[in-house]
Design a protein around this ligand. Structure first.
Ligand SMILES: [Zn+2]
Length: 106
């Protein structure tokens, strides 16, 4: 009787594995149809445009016309606060050279 029990258990196990395989197969078949509706990366509209880095405190911020900024050697540098802008204006070379990626060539 033990053998019969083992056989039943094995059959159940195989059936469960087969069911799992069918579910996985159905899931894989379902995936490529669903994928195109999900954007791989954020749309350009949602992506923040004109991001700049405060050269003094290294804080990322939006480079808008109303954002506090200073021009130095043809580049515009954006600041989070007036204190950062003041520190930059006192020694612009010190901060401008620290991060060559900061500022925009506008
Ligand atoms: Zn700052």
């Amino acid at each position: 009787m033990v053998l019969l029990w083992v056989a039943i258990r094995l059959t159940a196990l195989v059936a469960a594995a087969y069911g799992l395989f069918l579910a996985a197969h159905a899931f894989i078949r379902w995936l490529p149809r669903e994928r195109p509706s999900i954007p791989a990366e954020p749309t350009p509209v949602e992506r923040p445009t004109g991001m700049a880095v405060d050269p003094v405190c290294q804080m990322p911020l939006l480079a808008r016309p109303e954002t506090r900024h200073l021009k130095h050697e043809g580049r515009t540098y954006y600041f989070c606060s007036s204190s950062c802008a003041e520190r930059f204006s006192r020694a612009p070379h010190r901060y401008a050279k620290r991060d060559p990626g900061a500022g925009f060539p506008r």
